[in-house]
Write a protein that binds this ligand. Structure first.
Ligand code: FES
Length: 103
């Protein structure tokens, strides 16, 4: 895949920018997702995996909001952030046992 894109204003090729470092999603991939119909950060996430990385969009979420706003002509404040979910981690059943013994 090429990492170059054409900017509409200048027509000159420029290097693509990595927006989501955790999932290695570039700006051009996010723009393609928006042109495919994504209008929310979650919509972009479903199409590109941007925001699904270790930082859970703490780094890339605002950048994605701004790209959506720019591409759709909306105010960035009107673009909802990604829905946050509780982190899910495996827990050993024995850790519940010790809590029950204390009660
Ligand atoms: S930079 Fe996008 S999930 Fe971490």
């Amino acid at each position: 895949m090429s990492t170059e894109k054409k900017t509409p204003a200048s027509g000159e090729a420029q290097e693509d920018i990595l927006i989501c470092r955790c999932q290695e999603v570039t700006e051009s991939e996010i723009v393609a997702a928006i042109r495919d119909g994504a209008r929310t950060v979650d919509g972009v996430k479903r199409r590109t995996r941007a925001g699904m990385g270790l930082c859970q969009s703490k780094t890339c979420g605002r950048l994605i909001q701004r790209i959506i706003a720019r591409e759709t002509g909306q105010n960035p404040a009107d673009i909802l952030p990604q829905k946050s979910r509780m982190p899910v981690r495996p827990v050993k059943i024995g850790s519940f046992e010790s809590e029950a013994d204390d009660a």
